[in-house]
Design a protein. Structure first.
Length: 60
């Protein structure tokens, strides 16, 4: 029951950042991560390929 009361109180609370602002902030963070991964994808692909080769060599 305490969780339900907390959620109701949280929903009615209009102080501070609203849920919409949290959603916008989360969207911006996701977009930034996606752009960062896009720029680093070549390096990540190369790094994981190298790691895969090393593991294959070690198990042979």
């Amino acid at each position: 029951m305490k969780i339900r009361q907390f959620v109701k109180k949280f929903v009615r609370d209009e102080r501070g950042v609203t849920a919409l602002e949290y959603a916008i902030l989360a969207g911006v963070i996701v977009a930034a991560v996606a752009v960062g991964v896009g720029y680093l994808s070549t390096a990540l692909k190369s790094g994981f390929g190298s790691l895969s080769n090393q593991i294959s060599s070690a198990t042979s």
